[in-house]
Ligand binder design. Structure first.
Ligand code: NA7
Length: 887
């Protein structure tokens, strides 16, 4: 390993024979460790901080390469725990340099007199949980051992540099440097031929600076990265004004935000904006020079949908082509292998323009991989480059590297952390690990960490840990350990969150892909800073849910369980609804509830464009009915799906499930005809059922006029609409047609019994309540009629019905009657597929573009409809000409 990677270390006079006994040992004197020490002391704990480096700073101590700066605006990348500290320090730049950040951390250390409890130049060599005394025993390479009750790793996410992984580094006769271990005395590059390997944030910051100094710079790029101009300078007046105008509110907004920076949540989706509007937003973001801004403020779908994301990526690639003069170099610098933001984008100062300089060459390693490093330089598959200096900007063994590589950590029953994490990090909340009592991580894997403003996440973690330690101590507990159940639940929640964003689509250090042989998986928590905070608070409010607490003179306490069982976006939606504190729908009266739903629907994201949307009138059981027709953009004729909206036979109309119909029209490449059947209480049972049947017959009879393929139609419906669809199939069988090729029932009402478990388990908290369902039933159907199969299809004859796809949601009162219907259909010999959607609620699949985790379910439903229609499950590529583009 080259010397440059080895930390210099001051010697310590403390004897290794002695043991320092403290309440808490903290490792790492960066942002996290310093605040921890301060909080621990204030809470009355004795503490020592162990730091390998010679001074405070953490990552900012080591990363001294030319151009090193933060990439979150510095007014946000600051402590907020002490208002006096905030006003005592003024940042000179929008993005402070490494020396200024290091000065700030030194200022903080001095202001709170932290250095007296920091042992610099001290590396931890092992940490072992001693069950007999319930303490951690820490060995160090310098001075006394430490015996502590609590062991807290504040070692950072990007502090273990990755080895070069290229043969021959030690044969090189020139100078070798690593950006993550840059010499403190600086490096003279003037007149030298320099190679930089790596184009992540470090490379992109360093390259323009090195190019100015070196005689010749050759950049070896494996993967191009998206970079945006930082437009550095003084802190922007508007942001500074917002902060200084109301400091407390600004910081609070940051704590509740998704990324830890106070930008509002975007609700406008890309397809609601014209090309010109999108470009205007993009240009504003490009000019703002702010990563969090461009990642969150363009349009709501940019971070969760590949199509919405591609629009941004294309615009950035256009910028690169505009800056870099040589088209081949511009093409090589343009990322195409990952969505924008899925890999950490970079902030730069003159990065792309640097490639216009005559002394800079880009080598595209995708075309000519490095074969080896030799005595005089670097050899690729096609060429050799003689250089004097090689700079490795090759990154870090991120998130887990500092925890695993530095020393063995041995928990309860002799378990080694490296074994427990062999297949990837397992944590509860990213803060604790089952089997490792009283071990805590600050911004560990499983917490928002690197996907957030670290300053905000660090403060939240430190506050949570120290608050819990103080509460435990006051209650008489001495140990705290995550349970396996809680940890497994968190892994599931992490996986659910990872499905929400596009991070899973890129090979990055977020997923462990940058280190050969490392277990793969999205390591940071992608659910957002604000939601994460509320989950941590919920754990405490639920009696330390998922933790086992023990103490010498107190009975063990373990409130075992999983803190989040809902899908992450369902949790957000239900949280928003709860915050609105709405009166129950059933107290509004039928018209009041209809008006409310109409208003409510105005706030949802507009459905996606399809080929054509038209209105019409068909003949129902007792007169004309409105319908809405959604036609795909592909040439017809298309199979027709007759669709029945939800709303308990009382609410909604032919356009109230508009986003769902559009989405399913696109996914199935079929016509959806949404029927405006009659509603209760004006038209009670069996009006809706008879309308459903009559409408299906009419649509089948008029299929050709509607642009549909001749032959059988399909039916689909959600909730009460699922009920109507199911009933229609039974009536069509019994009344001699029309022929129905398949039925899609989404959370259908199938029976009049209210005593199934799901009615009890999910009676109140999931929007559709038991009380609301009682009200719907009362308005639609008198008790004497309720067992009629035209409203309780589960009680009808089921043999001979068309094949069915039945979707049910875990947190829905209607779950068990949907399952019962699917099982009864199967028992009657009807081909049935079931989707039991874990963590979802009644509206999950119709809240298109709000409940993103509903997408895989809708894909399955669309595939089923296509199979029923005799088509291959997958749809051809997206259509070109869409109605929104025309409007
Ligand atoms: P990154 O972002 O991990 O970048 C490392 C770069 O080095 C990246 O371009 C890698 O290409 C490249 N690399 C890594 N190993 C090799 C080998 N063996 N050969 C060629 N190229 C290689 O680290 P940074 O230090 O720039 O930034 C880390 C974070 O610090 C940053 O995101 C900010 O949050 C602050 P690859 O993409 O793997 O193909």
């Amino acid at each position: 390993m080259p010397e440059a990677m080895v930390a210099s270390r001051a010697s310590d006079s403390a004897s290794s024979a002695t043991t320092q006994t403290v309440d808490a040992a903290v490792v790492g004197a960066g942002f996290a460790g310093l605040y921890l020490l301060h909080r621990l002391r204030k809470a009355g704990f004795s503490a020592v901080l162990l730091e390998e480096a010679g001074d405070v700073g953490g990552t900012w101590y080591w990363n001294r390469y030319p151009g090193a700066r933060c990439d979150i605006q510095t007014i946000d990348y600051s402590y907020s725990f002490d208002p006096e500290l905030e006003t005592a320090w003024k940042w000179s730049e929008k993005y402070a340099t490494q020396p200024e950040i290091l000065r700030y951390l030194g200022f903080v250390a001095d202001r709170y007199d932290l250095r007296r409890d920091i042992r610099f130049g001290t590396k931890v060599t092992s940490a072992t949980w001693d069950q007999a005394v319930q303490r951690w025993q820490i060995e160090t390479d310098n001075g006394a051992k430490v015996s502590c009750r609590y062991y807290i790793m504040a070692t950072g996410c990007l502090s273990a540099p990755k080895p070069p992984e290229i043969d021959g580094v030690k044969d090189f006769k020139g100078e070798v440097y690593f950006t993550g271990r840059w010499p403190h005395e600086g490096v003279k590059l003037a007149g030298k031929r320099v190679a930089v390997i790596g184009t992540g944030s470090s490379g992109i910051q360093a390259i323009p600076m090195i190019a100015q100094e070196a005689a010749q710079l050759t950049v070896f790029q494996r993967t191009p990265n998206f970079a945006l101009p930082a437009h550095n300078g003084a802190p922007p007046a508007d942001r500074l004004g917002a902060l200084e105008g109301d400091r407390a509110a600004y910081r609070e907004q940051a704590r509740l935000s998704m990324a830890g920076v106070p930008w509002p949540q975007q609700t406008v989706v890309s397809w609601q904006l014209s090309d010109a509007e999108r470009r205007e937003r993009f240009e504003a973001a490009w000019a703002a020079g702010d990563l969090v801004y461009i990642l969150t403020q363009l349009w709501a779908d940019q971070g969760v949908d590949v199509d919405g994301n591609k629009i941004v990526a294309d615009l950035i690639r256009e910028k690169i082509r505009g800056i870099v003069k040589d088209p081949e170099t511009a093409a090589a610098l343009s990322p195409h292998d990952h969505p924008f933001g899925a890999k950490r984008p970079c902030l730069d100062t003159n990065y792309y323009a640097t490639y216009n300089r005559p002394n800079v060459t880009l080598v595209n390693l995708r075309q000519e991989p490095i074969r080896a490093i030799a005595a005089t330089g670097i050899t690729t598959d096609t060429r050799s480059f003689d250089v004097d200096v090689i700079v490795f900007a090759t990154g870090f063994d991120a998130m887990t590297g500092a925890m695993l590589a530095v020393h063995p950590i041995t928990g309860r029953d002799g378990k080694a952390l490296s074994d427990v994490w062999a297949n990837g990090p397992q944590t509860y909340l990213g803060l604790t690990i089952a089997g490792f009592p009283n071990l805590f991580m600050i911004t560990g894997p499983g917490s928002p960490s690197v996907l957030s403003n670290m300053a905000v996440s660090i403060e939240q973690h430190v506050d949570w840990v120290v608050d819990q330690l103080a509460a435990l101590r006051d209650a008489g507990f001495t140990t705290m350990e995550a349970t396996e159940t809680a940890q497994a639940g968190w892994a599931q929640h992490m996986a659910d969150c990872a499905m929400l964003t596009l991070h899973r689509l890129a090979n990055t250090w977020y997923t462990g892909a940058n280190v050969p042989g490392k277990a793969q998986g999205v390591m940071p928590y992608t659910g957002g800073v604000g939601p994460y905070r509320s989950i941590c608070d919920e754990v405490v409010a639920s009696g330390m849910l998922g933790f086992r607490l023990t103490g010498p003179n107190i009975a063990e306490q373990c409130n075992d369980g999983e803190v989040v069982r809902l899908q992450p976006d369902v949790r957000l939606v239900l949280g928003l609804l709860a915050q609105m504190n709405l009166p129950p729908l059933e107290t509004m009266g039928a018209q009041g509830a209809r008006d409310f739903i109409t208003e409510f629907n105005k706030g949802r994201p507009a459905g996606r464009p399809v080929g054509e949307v038209g209105d019409g009138v068909l003949l129902g059981a007792d007169g004309p009915l409105q319908y809405k027709l959604y036609r795909p953009a592909t040439p017809g004729p298309h199979p027709i799906v007759v669709y029945f909206h939800g709303g308990g036979w009382v609410l909604g109309d032919q356009q109230s499930d508009d986003p769902f119909c559009r989405d399913m029209c696109r996914r199935t490449d079929m016509i959806f005809v949404s029927v405006g059947y009659r509603h209760a209480p004006e038209h009670r049972f069996p009006a809706a059922a008879e309308d459903g049947y009559a409408a299906t017959r009419w649509i089948a009879d008029h299929a050709a006029e509607l642009g549909g393929t001749p032959g059988p139609v399909l039916v689909a419906g959600w909730s009460a609409g699922g009920n109507i669809a199911a009933v229609t199939c039974q009536l069509a069988r019994d009344r001699g047609g029309p022929e129905i090729a398949g039925q899609l029932l989404v959370c259908p009402v199938t029976d009049c019994s209210f005593d199934r478990a799901s009615y009890i388990d999910n009676a109140t908290n999931y929007f559709v309540t038991r009380g609301l369902m009682f009200w719907f039933w009362d308005l639609y159907c008198s008790p004497a009629d309720r067992t009629d199969p035209r409203v309780s299809p589960l009680r009808g004859k089921l043999a001979g019905l068309p094949p069915a796809f039945v979707t049910t949601c875990e947190f829905d009162p209607l779950r068990d009657e949907g399952i019962a219907y699917a099982e009864a259909l199967a028992a009657a010999g009807v081909p049935v597929e079931q989707l039991k959607a874990r963590g979802h609620f009644h509206s999950s699949f119709t809240m298109v573009d709000m409940v993103i985790t509903g997408v895989p379910g809708r894909i399955k439903m669309a595939e089923a409809l296509r199979r029923f229609a005799g088509l291959p499950p997958e749809v051809k590529p997206a259509p070109q000409k869409l109605e929104a583009a025309a409007s």
